[in-house]
Design a protein around this ligand. Sequence first.
Ligand code: ZN
Length: 106
Amino acid sequence: MGKLLSWIILIGLVWAAIKLLQISQRKREAARRAAADAFGDGAGTDEAGSGAGNGTGSGVARKPFGESMVQCAHCGVFMPRSAALPHGDRFYCDSEHQRLDSNRGT
Ligand SMILES: [Zn+2]
């Protein structure tokens, strides 16, 4: 009977580990979505499927208050619009990322 009990405990532990993983993944996704909502990113399209790598989207985001925030189209970091380097309809956190992204093509 002891063997059966240990199997039940093992299965329970595996199940709990899977559940915890699912919950943490869901939380992370919800937090990311909430952040996108808070910034009012109208693009809404996640470029994860395009294989672009960092999937930064359109890069332009707006805060509900204060100065508007923009996202570096290369590394995805957020910064005030006044501190960003505009390039077409995209923004970059520094000239290096602007250069790297323009070398990449589109
Ligand atoms: Zn950057």
